[in-house]
Design a protein around this ligand. Structure first.
Ligand SMILES: Cc1ncc(COP(=O)(O)O)c(C=O)c1O
Length: 369
């Protein structure tokens, strides 16, 4: 029996004479020199079959801080990323003319397939009607009602990414509890949320794998415990200084860590007892069903976050809050009454007389001269 689950080597590997090296790897006796040799050979093959992507990468390095538009694009084992040409359904094609079956689907953003027709049509219609009006549209009424129908929470906010949604949720948790700490589980990923860039290292809060020191003292605002560890959770929340627990319903960014029997019940009970807001991030696990893992398993988060697939492949995020959280928030942040609170109107009114003043700030120096 081999690592492929049968006595046979896959045809393509045998044909390339790689089978003995792979078998050596599976026996854990791969020497560094062998790894180097295999890597060199695979990188040469990758370069050979992707010349246009290689050239695009060289060009991109001239103008992008990390070589490509996003920082992680520099981490390809092949030495450079594949440049995409187009994507439809479950397929992506690259600029070198290869077609791939796409098992990543934009890290779930394209879960319903790339370029789904209904989304494309709706997006095109909106592009023609204007995209950045800073005003609500009637469409938003349907979206809010539908989110409540699916996920059960009554009040929603739309954001431009799941990161933004997590940040908004944490901010509300801090406002209503007056506490600053955020508890996450080791190995978590919740986007560009500083407080969640942590894991347990040598028994204490350390920076998550591949996060570089950036002057932030994570241990000041983050608590981190192992997923499924009820005793550690109990201890970490017992001090009464944690604003919220931010967690996926099961862990999907550290391999997959399934949830242990009874963990969600314990998590809900301990967070309620300690006055800690429970935020469930469904960004990946929304694939569990129309209402995500939360609806499927009857979870009762205070705040639910989702992103990626929620907009059919267009970057977006959402978060919904329970009635209790909303009522606590409204006490701190009431609906604006223009007769009492003028700030929003003042902010938009003030620049007008300022620019009409005798010496308005002017380009290119933006000083009053
Ligand atoms: C669980 C989870 N939350 C949030 C995010 C961040 O999503 P976005 O890229 O929309 O900010 C990710 C990204 O992979 C994620 O896996």
């Amino acid at each position: 029996m081999n690592r492929y689950g049968s006595g046979e080597a896959p045809q393509s590997l045998r044909a390339r004479g790689e089978f003995s090296a792979v078998m050596a790897a599976s026996r854990n006796d791969l020497q560094p020199a062998t790894i180097e040799h295999l890597l060199d050979r695979e990188q040469a093959r990758f370069l050979d079959t992707h010349p246009r992507s290689a050239a695009a990468w060289e060009e991109g390095k001239k103008h992008f801080l990390y070589g490509g538009p996003s920082h992680w694009m520099r981490r390809w084992a092949g030495g450079f990323p594949i440049y995409a040409a187009s994507a439809r359904g479950a397929h992506i094609s690259d600029i070198d003319g290869h077609d791939y079956v796409d098992f990543a689907l934009g890290d779930t953003g394209g879960m319903c397939g790339h370029a789904p027709e209904a989304v494309t049509r709706a997006a095109l219609r909106q592009l023609q009607n204007g995209t950045t009006m800073m005003l609500p549209t009637e469409d938003s009424l349907w979206v809010g009602a539908e989110l409540t129908r699916r996920f059960g929470l009554p009040y929603w906010t739309l954001t431009t990414s799941a990161t933004d949604a997590n940040r908004g949720a944490i901010r509300i948790a801090r406002m209503i509890t007056g506490r600053d700490k955020v508890l996450v589980f080791s190995g978590c990923y919740h986007g560009g949320v500083e407080e969640a860039h942590v894991e347990i290292r040598d028994g204490r809060v350390g920076m998550r794998n591949m996060i570089h020191p950036n002057g932030v003292d994570h241990s000041a605002v983050s608590r981190v415990v192992e997923f499924n560890d009820v005793a550690a959770l109990e201890e970490a929340l017992s001090h009464g200084d944690v604003a919220c627990v931010l967690t996926e319903p099961l862990m999907t960014n550290f391999g997959m860590i399934p949830v242990a029997e009874g963990f969600h019940a314990a998590l809900r009970e301990i967070t309620r007892r300690t006055g800690t807001v429970l935020i469930i991030d469904e960004t990946h696990t929304i694939s569990s069903g129309p209402g995500g893992y939360t609806a499927l398993h009857g979870l009762k988060p205070d705040i639910l976050v989702a992103g990626k697939a929620i907009a059919g492949g267009i970057p977006a995020g959402i978060f919904g809050v329970s009635r209790e959280i909303a009522e606590r928030l409204w006490k701190i942040v009431p609906m604006v009454n223009p007769r009492v609170r003028q700030s929003a109107h003042l902010a938009s009114a003030a620049p007008l007389p300022a620019t009409r003043s005798p010496s308005p700030p002017c380009a290119p120096c933006w000083k009053r001269c």
